[in-house]
Design a protein around this ligand. Sequence first.
Ligand code: CP3
Length: 354
Amino acid sequence: MTELKNDRFLRALMRQPVDRTPVWMMRQAGRYLPEYRATRAQAGDFLSLCKNTPLACEVTLQPLERYPLDAAILFSDILTIPDALGLGLYFETGEGPKFRKVIRSEADVDALPKMNAESDLDYVMNAVSTIRRELNGRVPLIGFSGSPWTLATYMIEGGSSKTFSEAKKLMYGQPEVMHRLLDHLADAVIDYLNGQIKAGAQAVQIFDTWGGVLTGWAYEEFSLRYMKKIVAGLIREAEGRRVPVVLFTKNGGQWLESIADSGCDAVGLDWTTDIGNARARVGDKVALQGNMDPAMLYAPKARIREEVADILKRYGSGPGHIFNLGHGITPDVDPEHAGAFIEAVVELSGQYHQ
Ligand code: CP3
């Protein structure tokens, strides 16, 4: 494999010294970029784009052509696993993801097939190895998956939800069935992420987008517990280097200490938690990734720069910070504003690493 020319991101994840704070953006390949919209139009729908290796590789690299980012993230989706389990994922224009089949009963859970990532999700593995080759050591490649709880909400609700009524009905009404589903998903995620690591992913992130809708005890029991199982089952070294794991629970700020104890290397933070305070709470256990409100990208560029400066100052000196947004960039952001955000991190963070 080609030598990595920029390893700032991997070093920061391990809390090793860097020359400046590394930066990438959740959803950095996406609809806010006109070049993404053009490639997507060529592919047809979103899922066809994910399954088209050269085009998935192209959109992964697009944000890197525009901005001095320190990591690339695989272009795919968290819902590839439920799709591979036979639920039939589709996207209706202007709406979120939908499934043809939903999981509502014990019989539905017991009928789920065992997934084999390398054959059932070969298009993802092909994308990973192709992107690695095309990156040619420029920056590291991040692989990812949804958390079992987050995947389960989509599979039970049949798509996005505001209340999570069906998922919570199963969780509170038949907790043992919910546990069976989550355990099945945890095994699938381990297989999926290890497949990505074998194909060339150099770090992995688990997106627990909906962990924050749970009560504290339920978060521990139904979400964090299965992420711990995943972390324990992952390949942690490849190509002579640690493969760091990032756990991102949106709205998980109040459970930071438990998340930091999960065995992960870094914790993703949304913008509702002060990053300086978060650092004091986790100490030297994990690195922190975050956490500017993505809506700040609607502000004037000078204001974005001020906000970046403030977050850098709150985190303070020394390693262990990966700058990111607190959640994905939204489709109506001006790409120049995203550029101003990244430029501010590049220009203002060096002073904290002397
Ligand atoms: O970060 C990246 O650039 C990598 C690609 C990526 C996508 N989805 C591409 C995508 C990643 C990491 C994801 C993760 C994902 N997908 C999550 C967890 C992250 C988060 O935001 O909390 C979730 C919950 C999903 C499920 C999903 N996929 C939803 C809810 C949607 C619809 C969102 C919308 O705004 O319409 C998707 C579609 C999707 N995934 C798009 C992209 C670029 C938009 C598809 C399009 O119309 O082109």
